[in-house]
Design a protein around this ligand. Structure first.
Ligand SMILES: Nc1ncnc2c1ncn2[C@@H]1O[C@H](COP(=O)(O)OP(=O)(O)O)[C@@H](O)[C@H]1O
Ligand SMILES: [Mg+2]
Length: 253
C-alpha cells in the first residue's frame, strides 16, 4: 500500500540515490582492489629484492673469485718471468764464458768497488774487506768477476743474520790469489756438500711467496771462477758458527 503511495518523483530520487551508492561502491571496490594489487606488487618486489640480493651476492662472490684467480695467475706469470730472466742470465753467461774473451785486470780493485756498492744495495748489512794495497792481477773479465761476487754476497746476506758482518778477504800467495768469503748463520747441508755448485741446487725451504730461487747462484759462481782458471770450495766454519767460501785463482803473469 505504501509502495503504491510513492509518488513517481520520490521513486526517481531513490533510484538516483541507489545509482550513486552503486558508483561509490564500485569506486571503493576498485580502490581496495588496487591497493591489494599494490600490496601484491610490494610483496613481489620484496621477493625480487631478496632474490636479487642473492644473485648480486653470488655474482660478487664469483667476481671476487675471478679476480683472485687473475691475481694468482699474474703472480704465477711474474714468477715465470723471473725464472726465465734468471735462466737466460745463466745461459748468456755460459755463452760469454765459452767465447772466452779475457783481459788482465786488478781483482782487488773490482772487489773493493763491489763491496762499497753493497753498502747501497744492502743498507742494513755490514761488509768487511781484508786485503793489502798491492794489486792482485787476474786473467779474465772484471764484469764477470763482479757478477760472481754479487752472487756470493746475495747468498751471504740471505743466509746470515743482520748483526754479523759479511767478511771478504783477498790475498796473494806466490802465484795464487785466494778469495775468501765468510758469513755466520745457517750451515751448509751435509748431504749436499759436493753438489752445491751444480745448477738447480737450492736448499732453501720452499716458499710460494717472494722471489723464486733456482739454485743457479753458486753454479754461476763456479762457471765464472773456472773462466778465470780458478776453483771453488765451500765448507762450514770449524766452530759451526757459519760458512766459508774459498776461491783460488792463478794470478796473471
Ligand atoms: N752464504 C751461505 N750461507 C749458507 N748457505 C749457503 C750460502 N750460500 C749458499 N748456500 C747454500 O747453497 C744453496 C745453493 O745456493 P745458490 O746456488 O745460490 O742457490 P739459491 O740462492 O737459489 O738457493 C743455498 O740454497 C744454500 O743452501
Ligand atoms: Mg743464490
Amino acid at each position: 500500500m505504501r509502495e503504491t503511495s510513492l509518488d513517481p518523483q520520490a521513486v526517481e530520487q531513490l533510484q538516483r540515490e541507489a545509482a550513486k551508492l552503486k558508483k561509490i561502491n564500485a569506486a571503493l571496490m576498485s580502490r581496495v582492489e588496487r591497493s591489494m594489487d599494490q600490496q601484491l606488487n610490494a610483496f613481489s618486489l620484496f621477493e625480487t629484492a631478496i632474490a636479487l640480493d642473492h644473485k648480486v651476492r653470488d655474482r660478487t662472490y664469483q667476481l671476487r673469485e675471478a679476480l683472485h684467480s687473475v691475481e694468482r695467475a699474474n703472480e704465477g706469470l711474474n714468477r715465470l718471468d723471473t725464472i726465465l730472466t734468471r735462466m737466460s742470465e745463466a745461459t748468456r753467461l755460459e755463452q760469454l764464458v765459452r767465447e772466452g774473451e779475457r783481459e788482465r785486470f786488478n781483482a782487488r780493485a773490482v772487489l773493493a768497488g763491489c763491496i762499497s756498492g753493497y753498502a747501497g744495495v744492502y743498507p742494513h748489512r755490514r761488509f768487511e774487506l781484508a786485503t793489502g794495497e798491492t794489486p792482485v792481477m787476474l786473467n779474465g773479465a772484471p764484469d764477470l768477476f763482479a757478477q760472481m761476487l754479487d752472487k756470493l754476497a746475495a747468498n751471504a746476506v740471505d743466509f746470515s743474520s743482520g748483526e754479523d758482518a759479511v767478511k771478504f778477504s783477498l790475498e796473494q800467495n806466490d802465484n795464487e790469489a785466494v778469495l775468501i768469503l765468510t758469513n755466520s748463520g745457517v750451515l751448509l747441508p751435509a748431504e749436499m756438500q759436493g753438489r752445491l755448485f751444480e745448477s738447480m741446487i737450492s736448499m732453501r725451504p720452499r716458499s710460494h711467496a717472494g722471489e723464486p730461487h733456482l739454485g743457479l747462484g753458486l753454479y754461476i759462481v763456479r762457471m765464472i771462477a773456472e773462466f778465470h782458471g780458478g776453483r771453488v770450495a765451500a765448507h762450514n766454519r770449524p766452530d759451526g758458527s757459519g760458512v766459508v767460501f774459498e776461491l783460488h785463482f792463478p794470478v796473471a803473469g
